[in-house]
Unconditional design. Structure first.
Length: 273
């Protein structure tokens, strides 16, 4: 009887059989297979000439090579990437700072909230037009416009994260007579980051969108200018090449953000685990 119980206990502790390697590989590569399928469809439709505005993928690929080399790289791709990165970093830093301060000092909320809600409601194209009109058609203005739009999702989520900080942590910090600056940096900010990351991730796509919109008006460089110029000259292969490059830049930005998120918030995943 004891032997049967021991065998039953050992069977219950038997590890779960993993999926076959082929099935696991298929599951992980499903996204890649979907992209390959879209490219095949694109190539077939473009080669058939069914859609006049859609050249074949191989034609677009050759124009991408031209875009990513020579003068187009330094005049279109790199300026856009630099503006998007600068605007994202500036807007995210300001949004994180303001959001944590508002969430921690709740007495500021009645004073700041109406102003934030007013500017947050402005449509992005209007913000671009007003910014360029008031500040001029310069690179710094385009960076400021990108930062302005990246600011809002970050400040909202950072504010929400700061409000959700465990009150016991704050009370313990005050009992330990920690200065307010240290409470903000060592308690409130780390506890707010998991929620603030939601806004930071959303701001990545906003930065790319605002980068293109800001370069469509009065610009002489950047991918937005390149797309507008290609459309005006009916160079649809160049237009689609720029669109694909934008998608690749967005994918790289998202991948880098995910990598940074895993490094910064490793403690949060361990706590949830």
């Amino acid at each position: 009887m004891d032997q049967q119980l021991s065998l039953a206990a050992a069977a219950s502790k038997k590890p779960i059989t993993r999926l076959p390697e082929a099935a696991t590989l298929m599951r992980r590569s499903s996204g890649l297979l979907f992209v390959v399928g879209l490219i095949v469809i694109w190539q077939v439709v473009g080669t058939a000439g069914t859609l006049y505005y859609l050249p074949s993928f191989t034609t677009v690929l050759s124009h991408m090579g031209t875009l990513l080399s020579g003068p187009d790289l330094t005049n279109a791709v790199l300026p856009s990437a630099g503006r998007a990165a600068a605007g994202y970093l500036l807007g995210s830093a300001l949004g994180l700072t303001v959001g944590v301060l508002i969430g921690y000092h709740r007495s500021l909320d009645p004073w700041v909230r109406p102003v934030l809600e007013f500017f947050r409601a402005l449509p992005a194209p209007l913000a671009v037009s007003l910014g360029l009109l008031l500040l001029g058609f310069s690179t710094s203005t385009r960076i400021a416009v990108i930062a302005f739009e990246c600011f809002w999702p970050v400040v909202v989520n950072a504010d929400d994260g700061a409000r959700r900080v465990d009150r016991q942590l704050l009370d313990t910090s005050r009992v330990a007579q920690m200065p307010r600056r240290k409470i903000l940096l060592r308690v409130v900010l780390p506890a707010s980051l998991p929620q603030a990351v939601v806004g930071l991730r959303f701001a990545v796509s906003i930065a790319l969108v605002m980068m293109v919109i800001s370069e469509l008006i009065g610009a002489s460089s950047g991918l937005g200018y390149y797309i507008s110029n290609a459309e005006n000259n009916f160079a649809y292969a160049d237009l689609w090449a720029a669109v694909v490059v934008l998608g690749i830049i967005g994918w790289l930005a998202t991948s880098l953000f995910s990598l940074a998120e895993r490094r910064i918030l490793f403690w949060h995943r361990e706590q949830r685990g």
